[in-house]
Design a protein around this ligand. Structure first.
Ligand SMILES: [Zn+2]
Length: 635
């Protein structure tokens, strides 16, 4: 972080080590005899605000959140409960969902009793939607009856025999993955809506898990982990953090996958060949082990993994994976572009991991990555028309976006997407004891009642190149406001109450404004965007064009409704041909010119074909190009 000089009436100070507040939103809700308790050994230096203190204003994030909220509201509890009831021997005449919630799908229940509950709980925290909370409470109560009928604490929409197959290493899809989603959903219902029954239910499930895993030797359990494990480590850690029962932490660590952790702890990238989205939750669990035990090895694992994935294995959108896997050595991405690059769940889980690292140390690079992934891979992978979501975000040229069907897809990415757009309020602002971090430029309102402060951020970002923050204060308050200056902001300026400060901060830093803030104080931040390129690390002639934080996509021909819905990815090989781009090496973005009076719209100039470029997140039903093959213009 860069410090700049002091100026009259306000000082711009370097950040110093901060006091240690209690940990994260999970723990904030834990009370004993009316007092907050924490079981965290390593507190976050900076922490988010409870989501109920942040509300979104108009803009692309609100549009995504509302599409998600309407989708969640469209799911009837009886349909969500159908497979659980059937599995528990309770009659159900509801129409089952299709896709990954179909009655014969081995992952059934992952969405209906898992992601749905997490998403509803998070959405309630973000929006206060009481109807949705009531529906989710109904689902919890009815799942409670299913759990009672199944006895033993087990709760799932598929028979317990799936776990026998897992133990014997016979073919089975991912029962712990599914059970983790249900446990996380119940725990989120407890944390965000105060549903006590949900906590009792998840403790029973943890008890069942302890019995199952406790009957296996360490080596046998490691072989089970060779098949699957989901996010069991994380949810059991969180259950310990909420209850203080150390036993859950012990059970959590039975899910440590040794062959995965050991090379990471030794700073060796042996990620090639691994399935991506199942391994990121192992690292999120490692982050939680570090926080709950103080064991530095786990922090090393998490930080090395993050660096390696973000700097060596991620595309311009922030996404990672191809066909769900890492198939190459570090930094080799140019041969990986296809119809099934960058699974959406991976973006969700990497952003979740990023928040932990940021909590430990508020490095602006972490939020640069977060912003990149939010604006390029998360916005634009939910269909604003109906809340359906994508599985892969294809990055090979000439393909298009495919969305699930509302009731007959229910993929993993439908689940993580339902959660993502329910919690867009959770990272805009962080704080420590005496300063505020403005991480993201999103129209929103923040309440900070402990300080008697509230903040109104007004912006049409990214259509507007900056933001305005107005302070409301019951009485004047001395504090630092840290504004993130993104990596892409080469120039910029800030005004306080109309007066421009003589100094600014460098890209990828926080600009600290330290002063006594009073009601009506106004900060105007200007962050001019410029065109820049993001080439493939292993082939500089394959380039994505960016404008500020935004990946620009060449907009090609529209696709039909039939092509837009139902599949994980577009049909391999069905690509619209895209001409090479001719560019000057010294001026690599000179072929892209803004269109007058049309925000975020550009034309290609001097090319074989007329092309329009817009932010990738705005392309919904058109074929597109992200990575261009660029030929040098001969002199
Ligand atoms: Zn997925």
């Amino acid at each position: 972080m860069t410090a700049v000089a002091a100026t009259a009436g306000s000082t711009l100070l370097p950040k110093i080590a901060m006091a240690s507040p209690p940990q994260d939103p999970v723990v904030n809700t834990t009370q004993k005899d009316g007092k907050p308790v924490t079981y965290e050994k390593i507190s976050w230096r900076v922490k988010p605000f409870p989501m109920k203190q942040v509300r979104l204003g108009e803009g692309p994030c609100k549009i995504a959140m509302e599409a998600d909220r309407q989708y969640l509201r469209s799911l009837p509890p009886d349909r969500l409960l159908h497979n659980f009831r059937v599995n528990a021997g309770i009659p159900s005449s509801a129409q089952p969902f299709g896709g990954w919630e179909a009655p014969d799908c081995e992952l059934r229940g992952h969405y209906a009793g898992g992601h749905y509950l997490s998403a509803a709980a998070l959405m309630y925290a973000s929006s206060g939607d009481e109807d949705l909370k009531n529906n989710a409470n109904t689902v919890v109560a009815e799942l409670g009856k299913c759990q009672a009928a199944l006895k033993s604490g087990y709760l799932s929409a598929f028979p317990i025999e799936f776990f026998d197959r897992l133990r014997e290493r016979q073919r089975v899809w991912a029962p712990f993955y599914t059970v983790h989603k249900i446990m996380a959903g119940l725990l989120d219902m407890y944390v965000h809506t105060g549903n006590e029954q949900a906590l009792e239910m998840v403790e029973k499930m943890a008890g069942w898990t302890a019995g199952y895993t406790g009957s296996l030797s360490y080596d046998h359990m490691q072989r089970v982990l060779g098949t699957e494990y989901g996010g069991m480590g994380e949810v059991l850690c969180n259950l310990y953090a909420v209850t203080g029962k150390e036993y859950y932490l012990e059970v959590a660590q039975r899910f440590d996958k040794k062959v995965f952790f050991d090379p990471l702890a030794a700073h060796r990238d042996e990620l090639k060949g691994l399935h991506v989205n199942t391994h990121i939750p192992q690292v999120i669990a490692a982050a939680r082990y570090y926080e709950l035990t103080g064991d530095r090895r786990y922090r090393d694992i998490a930080e090395y993994f993050w660096e390696e994935v973000v700097s060596e294995r991620s595309y311009c959108t922030g996404g990672t994976s191809n066909g769900e896997s890492w198939n190459t050595d570090p930094g080799k991405l140019s041969t990986e572009l296809g119809p099934s690059t960058t699974e959406c769940c991976c973006a969700y889980n990497m952003m979740k991991l990023t928040r932990h690292l940021f909590g430990w140390s508020p490095d602006p690079r972490l939020m640069d990555y977060y912003e990149r992934t939010l604006f390029n891979h998360r916005l634009g992978t939910i269909n604003p028309e109906d809340g359906t979501m994508m599985y892969y975000l294809p990055l090979a040229s000439g393909y298009w976006k495919t969305f699930g069907k509302p009731f007959d897809s229910m993929w993993c990415c439908t689940g993580t997407g339902s959660e993502e757009y329910s919690k867009l309020t959770d990272t805009i602002y962080f704080h420590d004891d005496d300063s505020l971090y403005v991480n993201l430029y999103i129209d929103s309102h923040l309440e900070w009642p402990e300080k008697g402060l509230s903040f109104r951020q007004e912006t049409r970002f990214p259509e507007e190149q900056g933001t305005t923050i107005t302070v409301s204060a019951k009485k004047p308050a001395l504090m630092a406001i840290n504004l993130r200056i993104p990596y892409w902001a080469q120039r910029g300026s800030v005004k306080i109450n109309g007066s421009e400060l003589p100094a600014f901060s460098s890209p990828a830093s926080y600009l600290t404004l330290n002063r006594t803030w009073k009601a009506g104080d106004k900060i105007e931040l200007s962050l001019p965007m410029e065109l820049h390129i993001d080439p493939m690390p292993d082939d500089q002639t394959i380039q994505a064009a960016m404008y500020g934080p935004l990946v620009l996509a060449g907009r090609l021909d529209p696709v039909t409704k039939e092509m837009s819905y139902g599949d994980y990815e577009p049909k391999p090989g069905d690509q619209e041909k895209v001409p090479d781009i001719i560019a000057e090496p010294a001026r690599p973005t000179a072929w892209i010119e803004p269109v007058d009076n049309q925000a975020l719209t550009f034309n290609a100039v001097g090319q074989a074909k007329a092309l329009t470029l817009v932010p990738l997140y705005k392309v919904i039903h058109d074929r597109y190009v992200v990575y261009w093959k660029v030929d040098n213009k001969s002199a």
